[in-house]
Design a protein around this ligand. Structure first.
Ligand SMILES: [Zn+2]
Length: 364
């Protein structure tokens, strides 16, 4: 049997009835739901004495949810956890949320467990996730149907989320104002940048790159250190954000093209980021999962670093990442950067900041 050992604990074994080290193991399960093949990791206990695998009550429930969620993922639907997360974001209970949405009062509770939501309801939940203003209007309309205490609590939270959203918009404006305050004219001449390396070409991305880019940043595994899932809209926003970057700054994240095949396998480039409160030029890179461990991020990142020091006035270049994102950290080191700071960002994530100064680059 093929399994991965997750843990081991001395406890009363419910198979053999003796106290011994009972293993917790993970087995990759295959199943078919509505004609769709799904694969998911399931947890079990394992008794060495009887060579027997069994699921305790909690594992049974957990495995069942993982099974349903694996199906949801194949259909591009929110998983049960994601639905819970959206609801908890507004600190609203299942029944009250149903009130707000005009759904049957048990609907949300079902979606958070065994019932797979339809596409229409899925879209409504996604809209709720990113639109606190809409949530507030729904809350206002249902004010009389829910308790005053619950109303007040969710109202306050949604107001805060709304302000935070405005805050992000404000931060974006700050970066654009900063760009305008710099004399970027000379630099914008370098527009429509194409950078060539041994194996790669970096060029400006366009909306035609959507499908290729989706395979990079739309892949949850690949983007596990980013707080949000990149759905189609976010992938499109990503391209549009870079089109703005090219026009405002003359640089941005560029499409990473494999010269041999002409295929776009990622992005790499320079953007202005707010890192620990200050606006800094940042080298960013994302490579499609099946192209990892080939040194593409390093090759492209070095070319972007050299291009920037050769063409722009910045005296220090940065990369920052979730502290847990070791591959990204190693890539930053391979660009000649050193760790210079760590801080907790607004999502509560510890971010690691790496940097290289112009004089250090000259010494390379
Ligand atoms: Zn046992």
């Amino acid at each position: 049997m093929d399994f991965e050992l997750i843990g081991m604990k001395k406890e009363l074994c419910s198979v053999c009835g003796k106290e011994h080290n009972v293993k917790t193991i993970e087995i990759v399960e295959h199943d078919t739901i509505k004609g769709v093949n799904i694969v998911y990791p399931a947890l079990y206990q394992y008794c060495d004495n009887n060579d027997k695998v069994f699921a305790n009550k909690r594992q049974e429930q957990g495995n069942f949810l993982k099974n349903i969620d694996a199906y949801r993922k194949t259909q591009g639907l929110l998983t049960s956890d994601e639905i819970i997360f959206i609801r908890e974001k507004y600190d609203i209970n299942q029944t009250d949320l149903c009130q707000l949405l005009g759904w049957g009062l048990k609907t949300v509770a079902r979606y958070e467990t065994r019932f797979v939501q339809d596409k229409a309801h899925d879209s409504i939940l996604r809209k709720l996730d990113k639109d606190p203003e809409w949530f507030l209007s729904l809350l206002e309309a249902s004010k009389d149907a829910i308790s005053e205490k619950n109303y007040k609590r969710s109202h306050e939270i949604a107001e805060n989320l709304l302000n935070e959203k405005k805050d992000v918009d404000f931060q974006k404006e700050r970066v654009v104002r900063y760009a305008k305050s710099l004399d970027m004219n000379g630099q914008k001449e370098a527009c429509h940048v194409v950078i060539e390396t041994e194996r790669l070409r970096l060029r400006e991305m366009t909306l035609d790159d959507f499908d290729a880019l989706k395979k990079v940043i739309g892949d949850d595994d690949n983007m596990q250190y980013y707080p949000k899932h990149f759905d189609d809209e976010k992938v499109k926003n990503w391209i549009e954000w870079n089109l703005t970057n090219y026009s405002v700054f003359g640089f941005g994240l560029w499409a990473m093209i494999l010269k041999e095949t002409g295929e776009m396998i990622g992005d790499c480039g320079l953007t202005m980021q707010i890192i620990n409160g200050a606006i800094k030029p940042e080298i960013g890179y994302h490579v499609r999962k099946d192209c990892h461990k080939k040194g593409y991020a390093k090759e492209a990142g070095r070319a972007v670093r050299d291009w920037t020091f050769n063409n722009l006035c910045f005296n220090e270049l940065y990369s920052y990442m979730d502290k847990a994102n070791k591959p990204s950290y190693r890539t930053a080191l391979s660009l000649g950067m050193k760790m210079v700071d760590e801080y907790i960002d607004k999502d509560g994530v510890i971010d690691r900041v790496c940097a290289i100064r112009r004089e250090e680059w000259e010494e390379l």
